[in-house]
Design a protein around this ligand. Structure first.
Ligand SMILES: Nc1ncnc2c1ncn2[C@@H]1O[C@H](COP(=O)(O)OP(=O)(O)O)[C@@H](O)[C@H]1O
Ligand SMILES: [Mg+2]
Length: 336
């Protein structure tokens, strides 16, 4: 069996918190605390959870746009956490990121054409192409993301939100990446435009075999694009399953609650929306044991004391069976 494209193991990112005015010890913000998952070639893994649960930190740590505190990230089996700056720069060609607000990441003084060409210029030696070949590729990329050739001469502020996201996608595609981290790429767009951008991403995946780590705060958005889904709560993955299993047989109580908020396509079926109790706890002072216990309807004494490990469940519903290879569902819960 070939090695997965991306292997994330025990990823941790702790930020130093602000010092309090009493001069006490600075708290540590445990933004990401022991996250593990794989992304296979050409697949979409969705990373879902409430705002502040650590999705962006996970995505940026994988690309080393921020330095992880500990853990390993392997791309094609190579541990990129250990690469020096020059080697990492070279590796970053294979991994790109697109953001929720493309406007913030597009240089307002550059034309759209120059924005898409820029990554190719930076890697011109490796690319082995001159200006003419680059211009040709820029035009081709514009057509691939559904932007008209005239758009190359425009500036970012002249685009609509959806067009700007297409521009961000074209730039991300420029170096033929194997993986794109999509950080809430449609969250800021109108619903009708959301569907167009998601369809575009799906088409590009089919054509080029790109893998996506697709970050979103709600499950409705990832329903149509993901092959598998990882659900995060307060810096940890609480459930990981293929899409079909996750949407039809969620196991973790938190996943159930998130799912209950997803609109049901069939108007004759009324889902019971379950409300989350209380506010999310602070990652500077996370609850002991299972981090979800303060809001969980199933919580018992053990949940306050022991952290449940993300472990495989057998498909027949018989609970953990120990055979990780066959499992399609991984859950971190003492009771599920
Ligand atoms: N640079 C930073 N310094 C301190 N805390 C941070 C920093 N970036 C993010 N955080 C905190 O880490 C947690 C996770 O943030 P983030 O990864 O942005 O979550 P998400 O993308 O899921 O909304 C939040 O509590 C956030 O306030
Ligand atoms: Mg985020």
């Amino acid at each position: 069996m070939s090695v997965p494209l991306l292997q994330v193991r025990d990823l941790v990112k702790h930020y130093p918190g602000a010092a309090s005015w009493l001069g006490r010890k600075r708290p540590t913000i445990q933004a990401v605390d022991g996250v593990s998952f794989d992304v296979e070639r050409g697949e979409t893994l969705a990373l879902v959870g409430e705002s502040g649960c650590g999705k962006t930190t996970t995505g940026k740590s994988i690309l080393r746009l921020i330095e992880p505190t500990s853990g390993s990230v392997k791309l094609d089996g190579e541990d990129i956490a250990r690469l020096d700056a020059a080697a990492m720069r070279e590796r970053r060609r294979d991994m790109q990121i697109i953001f929720q607000d493309p406007y913030a990441s597009l240089n307002p003084r550059m034309t759209a054409g120059a924005i898409v060409e820029e990554p190719m210029r930076n890697f011109s030696s490796a690319q082995g192409h001159g200006a003419a070949a680059r211009a040709e590729r820029v035009a081709w990329l514009f057509s691939k993301v559904g932007l008209r050739p005239e758009a190359m001469k425009k500036f970012p502020h002249e685009f609509s939100g959806g067009q700007r996201q297409r521009l961000g996608i074209a730039r991300a595609l420029a170096l033929r990446p194997k993986l794109i981290v999509c950080d809430e790429p449609v969250s800021a767009l109108d619903v009708s435009v959301q569907a167009q951008v998601i369809n575009l991403l799906t088409d590009l995946q089919r054509e080029f075999g790109i893998a996506y780590l697709f970050v979103a705060h709600d499950l409705a958005v990832v329903r149509h694009i993901s092959h598998r889904v990882a659900v995060m709560y307060l810096g940890q993955v609480v459930e990981l399953a293929d899409r079909q299993t996750l949407f039809s047989r969620p196991r973790h109580p938190y996943t159930e609650i998130l799912l209950s908020a997803v609109p049901v396509p069939n108007p004759h079926v009324h889902s019971q929306r379950i409300l989350l109790r209380g506010d999310p706890p602070s990652p500077a002072n996370p609850p002991s044991g299972c981090r979800f216990h303060t809001r969980c309807p199933l919580a018992q004494d053990i949940c306050k004391k022991e952290r449940p490990v993300l472990s495989p469940r057998s498909p027949d519903g018989a609970g953990a069976d120990g055979s990780a290879a066959a499992a399609t569902q991984w859950v971190a819960c003492h009771f599920r």
